[in-house]
Design a protein around this ligand. Structure first.
Ligand code: ADP
Length: 322
C-alpha cells in the first residue's frame, strides 16, 4: 500500500506542460518533501491530488484510491492545509469545524474537534468568528479544518509562509505529533532548512519534471561540492593564476579567498594549486553543502540535469561549474 502514488502524471495548459510526466510514491507514515522553484509544477501536482484539477494523463492515487474515478473516497483520506489564508468571515470556529465534518459525512465529531482545537491552542477562541481571528489563529484554523475528518495523509502547502517564529515552532511540534501517530505528511515549502530537518525523503521538481527523488541524507551526500574559505597571513593583491579555476572570490580586502570545488578529485587539485601558489595560510574552513546548495544546483541545471537515486531514468548528475 502506498499513501500517495503518482504515475506518469501530465497536466497541460494550452502550450504549457505544467506537469510533464512525473512519477513518485509516498510511503505510509513518511514525511515527504516536494520542492521546486516557482512554476515547477508543485501546486498543479497538489491540486491534482486534492481533486481540484484533472490530470491530462497519468494516474494519481491517495491511499490506493484514484483521485478522479474514486474522488470522494480519495479526498476523504486527504487533509489539505492550503497556502492561502481564506476562511469564512462570519462562521464561528466551532461551527465551521462542525460544518466541515458534515461535508465529509461525519456526525458527532465533537470529541475530536475539541482535541484538535486544544492541541492547536484554539480552544479558547472556539466561539470567535472568522473576522475576529488574528492571522496566526486563522492559519491554525486551516490546520484544524484540514484534520477534522482524521485523514491518514496530510498535504501542507507552504504552511509557514509569513508565520512568526513562535507560531512556527508550535505548528511543527503539532505536525510532528501527528507524524509520530502515523500520519503521512507531504510538505511543500520555500524554507529549505525546514525541509532538510524534517523530511525523510525529498522530490525536487523543475519545469514540470522530477529532477531528484531521494532520501534527504543521500541527496546531501551525493552533492560533493564544497565551499572552501582560505584566510591568509598577509592580504593578497589578486587571485593567483593557479586558483582561477575554482570560482575564486576575494573577501575581507584580500585577507580571505572563497573557492568552490566539485568532488574529491577536484579537492585534491585545489590543495595542489594552493601549495603551488605558495600562499601563507592562517586558517582553512570547509563548508559542507546544505539542501539549498543541492536545490540550486539541480534547479539551475534544470531539465537537462536530471538526477536521482530511485528512478533509473533519472540517474547521473550533469555538473556545471558555478
Ligand atoms: P509551482 O506551484 O511550482 O509554482 P504551478 O504548478 O503553480 O507551479 O505552475 C506550473 C506552471 O503551470 C506554470 O508555468 C504556471 O504558469 C502554469 N499554470 C498553473 N496553473 C495554470 C492555469 N490554471 N492555467 C494556465 N497555466 C497554469
Amino acid at each position: 500500500m502506498k499513501a500517495i502514488e503518482v504515475r506518469d502524471l501530465v497536466k497541460v495548459y494550452g502550450r504549457i506542460r505544467a506537469v510533464d510526466g512525473i512519477s513518485f510514491d509516498v510511503r505510509p507514515g513518511e514525511f515527504f518533501g516536494l520542492l521546486g522553484p516557482n512554476g515547477a509544477g508543485k501546486s498543479t501536482t497538489l491540486n491534482i491530488l486534492a481533486g481540484l484539477t484533472r490530470p491530462s494523463s497519468g494516474l494519481a492515487k491517495v491511499m490506493g484510491y484514484d483521485v478522479v474515478s474514486e474522488y470522494r473516497i480519495s479526498r476523504r483520506n486527504l487533509g489539505v492545509v492550503p497556502q492561502e489564508i481564506s476562511t469564512d468571515r462570519f462562521l464561528p470556529v466551532w461551527r465551521l469545524l462542525k460544518t466541515q465534518s458534515g461535508f465529509f459525512g461525519i456526525e458527532g465529531n465533537e470529541d475530536w474537534i475539541e482535541e484538535i482545537l486544544v492541541r492547536l491552542h484554539l480552544w479558547e477562541h472556539r466561539d470567535k468568528k472568522g473576522y475576529e481571528l488574528s492571522g496566526g489563529m486563522k492559519r491554525r484554523l486551516l490546520v484544524a479544518k484540514a484534520l477534522v475528518h482524521k485523514p491518514p495523509v496530510v498535504i501542507l502547502d507552504e504552511p509557514t509562509a509569513g508565520v512568526d517564529v513562535e507560531l512556527r515552532r508550535d505548528f511543527w511540534s503539532f505536525i510532528h505529533d501527528l507524524h509520530r501517530e502515523g500520519t503521512t505528511i507531504l510538505l511543500t515549502t520555500h524554507y529549505l532548512e525546514e525541509a532538510e530537518t524534517r523530511c525523510e525523503r525529498i522530490g525536487i521538481l523543475g519545469g514540470g519534471r522530477l529532477l531528484a527523488l531521494e532520501s534527504t541524507k543521500a541527496l546531501l551526500r551525493k552533492h560533493t561540492d564544497r565551499k572552501v574559505l582560505l584566510r591568509f597571513v598577509r592580504p593578497l593583491d589578486g587571485v593567483p593564476q593557479a586558483l582561477q579555476g575554482f570560482a575564486p572570490r576575494l573577501l575581507d580586502d584580500g585577507c580571505a579567498l572563497g573557492l568552490v570545488c566539485h568532488g574529491v578529485e577536484d579537492r585534491e587539485r585545489l590543495w595542489r594549486a594552493v601549495m603551488e601558489a605558495g600562499l601563507e595560510i592562517r586558517d582553512i574552513e570547509v563548508v559542507r553543502p546544505d539542501l539549498e546548495d543541492v536545490f540550486l544546483e539541480l534547479t539551475r541545471n534544470g531539465r537537462s540535469g536530471k538526477v536521482g537515486g530511485e528512478k533509473p531514468e533519472a540517474a547521473g548528475v550533469r555538473r556545471e561549474r558555478r
